[in-house]
Write a protein that binds this ligand. Structure first.
Ligand code: MG
Length: 286
């Protein structure tokens, strides 16, 4: 095992769900479900959702044992036209303010998607420089000012050539400075990292969020229990004293009774509870 200074506070497993995947229609119902089932955090949509729902959410979260993790939505800072990059920055500033008001951990940002060798895109080197010194830095500074952060998310190579490893994201966040953090998504990491544990250790204190999905299929963990092994990654989270959210991001298995339609909510809820049990068991083993 690597020799690391023990964390100030021991790590804590805070299971989390993304907004549209939480059973219940109303805000209160969703939050009640999370609390009643021992979840520690909630992840909300990005776009104008945080702006429209900030006040209602602050009210609904009062007195609960839940914290507001991240907001998740698309972003792209790789356009070679400065005006387009500027428009992207401007779009996120009010969202960041709303997240700060709600005391959210931060706004998930994937700096670039798609093929950077296409016309109209910055090269990887140009993008890194511009993101660290300009677009990403300004968003991070704005986030720090409002008490939240931007959360860089490494993706798979088929989704972006730019940011694929947690260690790279952590370096970028460190170069940006205050207000910039990194996350790890077990699904992307399964292809891109040689070690879940090593990747999380590289991120250290800069790790502010974790996404989780099945490792065989990007669906809820526990459907393929033989493939869904997170103990090594959880060891890394324990070694760095991680106390952020571990949030399910993924789809659902096919409905065996009716493959063209979604699983009924009742079945989804069972799978959510099954996932929570599996992750708690693996956390205890780590
Ligand atoms: Mg993700």
């Amino acid at each position: 095992m690597p020799k690391l200074a023990p964390p100030d506070k021991p790590a804590e497993l805070n299971l989390c769900l993304q907004w549209w995947g939480i059973p219940g229609g109303e805000m209160k119902e969703k939050l009640d479900f999370l609390e009643a089932n021992g979840f520690g955090a909630v992840e909300i949509p990005s776009g104008d959702w945080p702006i429209k729902n900030a006040d209602a959410m602050i009210e609904a979260m009062k007195g609960r044992k839940l914290f507001l993790a991240t907001a998740c939505g698309p972003s792209d800072f790789s356009y070679d036209e400065p005006e387009k990059r500027e428009a992207e920055v401007q779009k996120f500033l009010p969202i960041i303010e709303a997240l700060g008001k709600m005391k959210s951990v931060g706004l998930i940002i994937c700096p670039a998607r798609g093929n950077l060798s296409e016309p109209g895109r910055l090269s990887g080197k140009e993008l890194r420089k511009d993101f660290v010194e300009n677009t990403g830095k300004r968003l991070a500074q704005h986030a720090a000012k409002h008490g939240t952060s931007i959360v860089l998310e490494p993706l798979r190579r088929n989704e972006t050539p730019f940011l694929r490893q947690v260690a790279d994201g952590a370096r970028m966040a460190a170069d940006i400075g205050p207000g910039a953090t990194v996350m790890g998504d077990f699904w992307h990491m399964g292809l891109e990292e040689t070690s879940f544990m090593g990747a999380f250790i590289c991120a250290g204190k800069l790790l502010s969020h974790v996404h989780i999905a099945g490792l065989k299929e990007r669906i809820i963990p526990g459907v393929h229990p033989e493939a869904d092994q997170y103990v090594d990654g959880f060891k890394g989270l324990k070694l760095i004293g991680y106390r952020g959210a571990v949030s399910f991001e993924g789809g659902w298995p096919r409905n065996p009774a009716d493959p063209k339609n979604d699983l009924p909510q009742e079945e989804k809820t069972k799978l959510i509870l099954n996932m929570a049990k599996l992750l708690r068991e693996q956390w205890a083993m780590a």
